[in-house]
Design a protein around this ligand. Structure first.
Ligand code: IMP
Length: 205
């Protein structure tokens, strides 16, 4: 009899943070943020950075029982200057004027800190009443620039993660758990690699 298990390659990804732990932690973050925003001047404004933060923002907002408003930005790093430059291009700016508003930036992950540094500088120049940041994940071991983050869901090691809004080439945002990718080159050569296991589907492009 052939031992199939021992000949199979190790899984390319595994659960790092299960959905139940995410739900519980968001409840705790929501309580703390609710207390801190209770003296806001008018409705606090949650600003999500598209697209990674959308799922986190949807759940977090429902754990803050205050009158809130939403806005979104979409950004990309400049290809010419490279991801390490910290130069970010705004693809979609805010719809609202944030002058005098209490703002909560909602991030999926802070890695080098370059993106958040740029965003805080850009938003800070628009004269909000206050600005705080919440990130679901903090990969602080990779930080290049120190950046203030008031609320952190989970500190994670230097590993590439997908799920719960985070993607690899546009895939896996709708996975409920956060998965650590053990073998990024293998996933890069076959981006749909995890689809059959996660969704019970045959590969689709
Ligand atoms: P920064 O390096 O802090 O500027 O992070 C830039 C962006 O890189 C984040 O907002 C994420 O979109 C993306 N990113 C960083 N690490 C990961 C990861 O492990 N998985 C998915 N996206 C990531």
């Amino acid at each position: 009899m052939t031992d199939m298990a021992s000949s199979a390659p190790p899984p390319a990804g595994e659960v790092l943070i299960p959905k139940a732990a995410i739900r519980a932690r968001i409840g705790e973050l929501g309580e703390k943020i609710t207390a801190d925003l209770s003296d806001a001047d008018g409705a606090p404004l949650l600003i999500g950075v598209l697209k990674g933060s959308t799922i986190f923002m949807a759940d977090l907002a429902r754990s803050i029982p205050l009158h809130l408003e939403f806005d979104f930005m979409s950004i990309s790093t400049y290809a010419q200057t490279g991801p390490q430059s910290g130069v970010v291009r705004i693809l979609k700016d805010l719809d609202l004027d944030i002058a005098g508003r209490d703002v909560l930036m909602v991030e999926d992950i802070v890695d080098t800190g370059l993106t958040l540094t740029y965003l805080l500088r850009s938003l800070g120049s628009r004269r909000p009443r206050s600005i705080r940041t919440v990130t679901l994940l903090d990969k602080s071991a990779r930080r290049i620039v120190p950046v203030p983050v008031e609320y952190v869901g989970f500190e994670i090691p230097d590993v590439f993660v997908v799920g719960y809004g985070l993607d690899f080439q546009g895939r896996y945002r709708n996975v409920g758990d956060i998965l650590a990718i053990n073998d990024v080159p293998r996933l890069a050569s076959d981006p749909a690699l995890l689809v059959p296991d996660l969704f019970g589907l045959s590969r689709n492009p």
